[in-house]
Design a binder for this molecule. Structure first.
Ligand code: GAR
Length: 215
């Protein structure tokens, strides 16, 4: 069997998606080696989750650095000893510098709580409700220099319920994220999904549209 892909998970906060990865690997349902968890926020609860799971952690506050490029160079310095083959952004609330993205080109995944290209940026659940949309969900995509704009791999979609609040919707979307993110990472880790020439390929075919799972 192929060796599990060495993976770094980057977080800024609670880390419920990180927990989904920890649980999936522990149950034998996901073949990744969780090599390191990094946070730019020393208070991130996700760091505790990682420690409890026995995963090495690293943390450097971005506030210690004068600009994004310098911070991202320091971040590469933290990650390199672990030689990650795959980077998972799991609620990592920092925009990455072009040099960082180029360094790990095609090897960075992000999850965004919306059906991209709809609603890049923040406050997605309220924006979906304000627009009266029927569908909402979350997207796993390869990271490029364009914020929330890289090629999409997998979307989890759900129907907005009448009278649902942004908090209720956020909870349901997060539950979907915990299922689709380890799944999409497994596809990339196994080589089933690939980033080639700026596009996503799945099972050897160009995936102009993401795979959609309905919940
Ligand atoms: C997740 O819902 C993720 O989609 C979102 O942050 C949350 C992190 O939750 N990411 C973004 O908004 C990135 N643009 P978690 O810390 O509990 O995994």
């Amino acid at each position: 069997m192929a060796k599990p892909c060495k993976t770094a998970i980057l977080i800024s906060g609670s880390g419920t998606n990180l927990q989904a990865f920890i649980d999936a690997v522990a149950s034998g349902g996901l073949s990744l080696e969780l090599a390191v968890v990094f946070s730019n926020n020393p208070q991130a609860f996700g760091l505790e989750r990682a420690e409890k799971a026995g995963i090495p952690t690293a943390c450097i506050p971005h506030t210690d650095y004068p600009d994004r490029a310098t911070f991202d160079r320091a971040l590469i310095g933290e990650l390199e000893p672990f030689a990650p083959e795959l980077l998972i952004l799991a609620g990592y609330m920092r925009i990455l510098s072009p040099d960082f993205v180029a360094h790990y080109s095609g090897r960075i995944l992000n999850i965004h709580p919306a059906l991209l290209p709809l609603y890049p940026g923040l406050n997605t659940h309220q924006r979906v409700l304000d627009a009266g949309d029927k569908w909402h969900g979350s997207t796993v995509h390869f990271v490029t220099e364009e914020l929330d704009g890289g090629p999409r791999i997998l979307q989890g979609r759900l129907e907005v319920q009448p009278g649902e609040t942004a908090e209720e919707l956020a909870r349901r979307v997060q539950a979907v994220e915990h299922r689709i993110y380890p799944e999409a990472a497994a596809w990339v880790g196994s080589g089933r999904a690939k980033f080639l020439n700026g596009q996503c390929w799945i099972d050897g075919k160009l995936a102009e549209e993401p795979v959609i799972f309905d919940y």
